[in-house]
Design a protein around this ligand. Structure first.
Ligand SMILES: Cc1cc2nc3c(=O)[nH]c(=O)nc-3n(C[C@H](O)[C@H](O)[C@H](O)COP(=O)(O)O)c2cc1C
Length: 384
């Protein structure tokens, strides 16, 4: 019999989460000048801070930037009422459009192997891909060392700013995702066997551990849709390696910018339970956070009680109801009231016509970022 929603959880590093509900990472689209967090970020996280969550995962933070005061205010806004804030850190690589961040318009992004981003099957998708994203350059050893250093430095700065931990984003098409872990075609120490493909992640975990306090949590997010059936055993052995390297939790989500339909087609609440169940059975000692599709007390309780996961991650419902945990935990609300239901955001006609899947996923993101902006403005949110 698994835990109750309101049961606290102590992570291996000693960080205590007051309950099992984690606000999932959602890029807010609210960065101020210089890509730094400012008052708008503090306002929305101030609402989540009051919501009674077990932990707040921030929207993804690109590892290139630092500025202590701004990040400290961000951490303070999240943690004002004692909820631990875990910053999600990532490197966008192939998903960087030309001109983003410090890439010039003619600049080339980097990636483990020279495989371009796949955003759809049609001719239009391939033209848009070439114009907007270009083709990445395969990373040299010094590129890899540089990126590892960026992740480590970012975690060090975030620990100084009193974030409670970091989560490495190894899902949704970012640098540490399947492009390193699965479809990497390198012939050096970062390619080949499952262990070698995981090496960059293991290096980052180990080096972060060397520069942050022992109580600072380090988690990792993977996408259940990334490994194909033939990659499955390799993925399980990589997860085991992350566990041996001392990650405090493993988050599993579904969907990808490259294939957003997987996030929206399943009718059940947790649409990738099978992957999670296998992970749980084979690697029972890893703290498992399952994210995607949780909408109701009944669904969340069922997953926790069945022992499928230790924590549930909640994304879009947390936007529509920043105080969702209060509804879930307070049993004076009926099961029917403790639900956030909503329909799928329609895929724009142009995206359907041109078969550009990333635009379909973009509509969902854009809708919920619009709702986040409503929270910042003190307005009520509404479901799609
Ligand atoms: C607006 C928006 C932004 C997102 N940004 C991120 C992100 O920065 N990092 C991440 O790992 N996942 C991101 N996601 C995915 C969510 O963390 C989560 O995996 C997904 O929404 C499924 O959970 P849900 O069904 O509870 O919404 C985002 C989702 C939305 C709707």
């Amino acid at each position: 019999m698994g835990p109750d929603i309101k049961e606290p959880l102590t992570l291996p590093c000693g960080l205590v989460l007051p309950n099992r509900l984690v606000k999932a990472a959602m890029a807010e689209g609210l960065a101020d000048k210089g890509h730094l967090p400012g008052p708008r970020i503090s306002r929305v996280y101030g609402e989540w801070a009051k919501g009674g969550w077990g932990a707040l995962l921030t929207g993804n933070i690109q590892v290139d930037r630092e500025s202590l005061d701004a990040w400290k205010q961000y951490a303070d806004a999240c943690q004002e009422y004692g909820t631990p804030a875990i910053a999600q850190i990532c490197h966008p690589v192939r998903q960087s459009p030309r001109g983003a961040g410090e890439w010039g318009l003619c600049g080339q992004t980097i990636a483990p192997s020279e495989i371009p981003l796949h955003i759809g099957d049609g001719v239009a998708a391939s033209i848009v891909r070439n114009v907007v994203f270009g083709s990445p350059k395969g990373m040299s050893q010094s590129d890899i060392d540089h990126v590892v250093g960026q992740f480590v430095n970012c975690a060090r700065v975030l620990a100084q700013c009193v974030f409670s931990g970091v989560e490495l984003h190894a899902a949704h098409g970012y640098l540490l995702s399947k492009h390193f872990l699965q479809s990497n075609t390198r012939h050096d120490q970062y390619g080949g066997s499952a262990g070698r493909r995981a090496r960059i992640v293991l290096d980052i975990i180990q080096q972060i551990r060397n520069v942050v306090p022992a109580t600072f949590c380090v988690g990792i997010k993977l996408n259940s849709a990334d490994p194909s059936a033939s990659d499955f055993e390799d993925t399980m052995s990589q997860i085991q390696l992350f566990g041996n390297a001392g990650v405090d939790f493993l988050e599993i989500s579904g969907g990808s910018y490259e294939d957003p339909t997987t996030q929206s087609t399943a009718a059940r609440e947790a649409f990738f339970l099978d992957f999670a169940t296998q992970t749980r059975e084979r690697l029972p000692n890893i703290v498992l956070l399952l994210t995607g599709g949780f909408r109701s007390r009944e669904g969340i309780e069922a997953a926790l009680k069945a022992g499928v996961c230790d924590l549930v991650g909640i994304g879009r419902p947390a936007v529509l109801r920043p105080d969702f945990p209060q509804l879930l935990i307070d049993k004076t609300y009926s099961d029917q009231e403790a639900t956030v239901a909503f329909s799928k955001v329609p895929i724009p006609f142009l995206a359907r016509l041109l078969q550009i899947r990333v635009l379909g996923g973009g509509a969902e993101t854009e809708y919920f970022q619009g709702q986040i902006r409503r929270i910042v403005a003190g307005l009520a949110t509404y479901a799609p």
